[in-house]
Design a protein around this ligand. Sequence first.
Ligand code: FE
Length: 312
Amino acid sequence: MPQITAYEDAKATRKERQVPTGTAWRTNFIDPDPENAATPQAFLVEGTPGRVIKPHFHDYDQYQVIVSGDGLMGKHQLTVNAVHYSRAHTPYGPILFGEGMGFLTLRAVKDGGAQYLDDPENRAKLDAVNNRDPFQVTEAPQFKAVTSGAAIHDFSEIKDEQGLSSHSMSVAPNAKAMAPDPSDSNGQYLIVVRGSLLYQGKEYKALTVAFVKPEEGRLELTAGSEGLDVLVLNFPRSGAAVQAKPAAPQTAKNVPGTRVWQCMLCAFVYDEAKGMPDEGVAPGTLWEDVPETWYCPDCSASKSEFKMAQIA
Ligand code: FE
């Protein structure tokens, strides 16, 4: 039977603590089994505006869902309902809290906590991971207003060959619909972000978090009287983090102006031909001419962490 918790039931666990950059709160939705670390873990993280979580990585695959306010992840703007996925051992950040920002952290298995990149031991650990294949992406869902039945949208970037897939689903008021299949995954989160889900005689209003094990199969979703918007987030099967690396980006030759440089920490790619117009780096800008103050948009690594991508 899926584990399911509404904010109303989780809020008693909300704990406040002071951090160097402000005030932080954590609210636990799904607690791992203390006897078994291979069990899911879901919690809400909040902070006062200006709170910063330094660039870091985790040992396990992870989803983060923005549920309120706004902020920045690395150089990327975060908006409500945006989904960030980071594969195990992929650095990201810093996370900068804007006004009222809260996000869910969702894992299929318990993690030992953030490993900050400013600690040389953590940095060395990253280098020592065999077949590390860093991958992260942020993508917004598409919910549709439906008056009957249901509509589903598949995320275009949060997917892989190992069962990673994400979906946003809208169910009409009082309608029923089957959720996507978790059986090819390492577990599935359902996040009720609007309206409510009726389940076993109880109404679970937004914000509600549910975890479905692969063997539990597809859940039938029954929407409440205001309908239901739900995110469906499937984890890749165990071992996904050590899958073979995709071929390096192809370039014709090591010709200045067409070279591709890649962040060795998080795999972000700088393509000289494209530049980064959003950051004032014009198309065609040689790597040598990118300002030394520029840093990786995804994980904040400096230019010195980049290498020229190998030519196949
Ligand atoms: Fe990076």
